[in-house]
Design a protein around this ligand. Structure first.
Ligand SMILES: [Zn+2]
Length: 293
């Protein structure tokens, strides 16, 4: 009897394994959408809900500025219906994928953004403004509706909920940053131009638009002087890259270091905690408020 039971068990396990396998190899009935990096991935997931499989091209814990896709990833992306990317020089590696695949439609979601010009380029960090993020959400919603029209109503309704949340977030930023004691905040790379512009703050950055850049000793000296002159108590580090010059400036000036998340990527730890774009933006607001008061 025991032997019979174990044979039965073995067969049923084998059966469930094979049925599982066929499920994986079968083409899914939902459309597949890729997003070029974290904030676009999270917004797309919120609008797509359970009607599409949304994938983030950049793995967790990696920052996207100078990232390159692998051959395997390019092959996977071939199966997708749409690829959502930002443009503005943020994810230019997407061009390499676009020329290698013929399956998906590529959608630049920065159309209509009120971008900040820096010399000949624009600052790409638009998702850090809840105002500009509403435009990203609209473009993503339109892309999903075009790619999968039978679920248009569903995407529209998720999009409307998301915009409500983004408007609330925008209101919180406006209210909490209106009457701060000081308006100047110090960061590593100039990812927070849009927050500064939209909420009347003054961002001072050690390097320019990419965290890959080297901090110059002259710039560091200038920032140290500013911190002393303006009696600044906190400076900001980036959780994804923890740039070293920030810690040495803090040591030199006796300022405390707080995180200000560029939300360019998400860490495994943040993912485990169930954090999303909205939660990370609220944490940023809390830390800004603390530093400026
Ligand atoms: Zn950046």
């Amino acid at each position: 009897m025991k032997k019979l039971l174990s044979i039965f068990l073995a067969i049923s396990i084998l059966f469930s394994l094979t049925s599982c396998n066929t499920k994986i190899s079968k083409r899914p009935d939902k459309m597949i959408v890729y997003a070029s990096f974290y904030p676009l991935y999270d917004l797309t997931k919120k609008i797509a809900g359970d009607k599409a499989v949304v994938q983030n091209i950049i793995p967790p814990g990696v920052e996207p500025h100078d990232w390159e896709p692998t051959t395997r990833q390019v092959a996977d992306i071939e199966r997708a219906s749409a690829v959502i990317y930002l443009g503005l020089g943020m994810d230019s590696w997407i061009n390499k994928i676009e020329t290698s695949v013929s399956g998906p439609k590529f959608i630049n979601v920065s159309t209509g953004i009120n971008a900040i010009k820096v010399g000949n380029a624009v600052n790409p960090h638009v998702w850090l403004s809840p105002k500009e993020t509403q435009i990203l959400a609209k473009n993503i919603k339109d892309a999903l509706v075009n790619a999968d029209n039978k679920n248009a109503k569903y995407y529209q309704s998720n999009y409307e909920n998301l915009v409500k949340t983004l408007k609330q977030l925008d209101n919180e930023y406006t209210t909490k940053l209106k009457n701060t004691k000081t308006k100047t905040f110090v960061v590593y790379h100039s990812a927070f131009d849009y927050i500064a512009r939209d909420y009347g703050l003054n961002q001072v950055s050690i390097v320019g638009m990419s965290e890959e850049a080297e901090a110059s000793p002259a710039k560091i000296a200038e920032v140290i002087k500013l911190i002393k002159d303006e009696n600044i108590k906190y400076i900001f580090t980036e959780p994804l890259t923890s740039p070293k010059p920030i810690q040495s400036i803090a040591n030199e000036t006796g300022t405390k270091v707080l995180p200000l998340n560029t939300i360019e990527g998400i860490t495994k730890d943040e993912m485990k905690k169930g954090y999303d774009y909205i939660k990370l933006m609220q944490q940023n607001l809390d830390n800004l408020q603390k530093a400026l008061n």
